[in-house]
Design a protein around this ligand. Structure first.
Ligand code: KG4
Ligand code: ZN
Length: 348
């Protein structure tokens, strides 16, 4: 390609407007993102109220609610961006991992829309979307950096070496960190999801009053395990059922501290091992106040710069899907109509 040709293609790409769609779990989300970075709109319709009484996400209900919400949410995203469908250059949609029935709603919708509009589309890995969310903040991290992804379904550590380039250093062998928050919340009768409610309750307790176990596994590796901690909290609750009300805040604080200790130590160790001076945390658990506070304080002491997306980009959203989809489309990876969703982790 000639220099002039390359420049005009770059110009076209930079101006590309991507519609992002996300339906992997219990949020129906649509967003419009320009040039892979400027969020023109981001709409998230949460199903929390529907799943709350069940103490977790009911897959069948999630799919039905996505079907109801997908058109209004997409329409709202376009209207907030002041655009109509004819002005969209490409579509990015979560392909997996997630609940298959839920994923299929957004995926089929995106495929159909791309076919009708005759524009390119890209199936995106949800975890890669979360990793990319840190680039959408006001102060994106310089590459390379070590990243912790902690959500309701996954807890992993990565070395990120490019906008679409990353290497998994370790991941949880059982529960995810967010899942542990959700389960402890359920044990305490506080419902689903548990992250926010446990975080607030923990603020009223003492982090060192009840010491729960920390599973560091092999200290030089980056795998996690939270099931032993969950069992220890459960046993503690059974033993103190008579005066549980007085202990709730200390249980929440002790549990949260155990999770945060492990997440912080593993992320710092990953930065040290990979020679990165920058670290990032993404995913729903990145909203945790104690985690943010400890990373800021202890990161500064270690000379590490810490990057965490704004709160509305920590949880599931479609802006991160649109943004990473932009880069894949830019690198020539448009999806074909025979593509299908996947429930478990897979590198796209
Ligand atoms: O990334 P996300 O919205 O969805 C998944 O991809 O899983 O993460 C949701 C998870 C839930 O488990 C929720 O309890 C947790 O993130 N979470 C938190 C907080 N806010 C949400 N965990 C700890 N502290 C919080 N403030
Ligand atoms: Zn997520």
């Amino acid at each position: 390609m000639t220099g002039a040709g390359r420049r005009s293609q770059t110009q076209e790409m930079v101006n590309m407007i991507i519609l992002g769609i996300e339906t992997s779990c219990d949020e129906t989300a649509a967003a419009v993102v320009a040039d892979g970075r400027r969020i023109l709109s981001s709409v998230v319709s949460s199903q929390i109220d529907i799943h709350h009484p069940y103490g977790g996400v009911v897959p069948e209900l999630a799919s039905r609610k996505h079907i109801e919400a997908i058109v209004p949410v997409t329409t709202e995203a376009l209207s907030k961006a002041n655009l109509d469908l004819g002005q969209i250059d490409g579509i990015a949609v979560t392909q997996g991992p997630g609940l298959v029935g839920a994923l299929l709603v957004g995926f089929s919708f995106a495929k159909g829309l791309a076919r009708v509009l005759d524009i390119p589309w890209q199936g995106v890995n949800h975890l890669e979307g979360h990793l990319h969310s840190v680039f959408l903040g006001d102060d994106p991290p310089p590459i390379p950096f070590a990243a912790l992804l902690a959500s309701g379904g996954h807890t992993s550590i990565y070395r990120v070496s490019g906008v679409t380039r990353f290497e998994v250093l370790g991941q949880t062998r059982d529960d995810a960190a967010g899942e542990a928050f959700d389960k402890v919340s359920k044990m305490l009768g506080l419902g689903y999801p548990g992250g926010g409610v446990i975080g607030r309750l923990a603020g009223r307790g003492g982090p060192e009053r009840i010491r729960f176990p920390r599973a560091y596994l092999d200290r030089d590796r980056f795998d996690f395990s939270f099931s032993g901690l969950k069992t220890a909290v459960n046993q503690y609750i059974q033993r103190h059922s008579e005066d549980l009300a007085d202990r709730m805040a200390d249980i929440a604080a002790g549990f949260q501290e155990a999770v945060v200790d492990v997440l912080v130590e593993k992320l710092f160790r990953a930065a040290e091992t990979t020679g990165c001076r920058h670290i990032a945390v993404v995913g729903g658990v990145a909203a945790n106040g104690r985690l943010r506070e400890r990373l800021a304080r202890e990161g500064a002491l270690k000379g590490l710069s810490v990057y965490i997306p704004p709160l509305d980009l920590c949880g599931d959203n479609a802006a991160m899907i649109a943004a990473i989809g932009y880069h894949h489309l830019w690198e020539g990876r448009a999806s074909g109509m025979s593509e299908d969703v996947y429930s478990r982790y897979k590198r796209p």
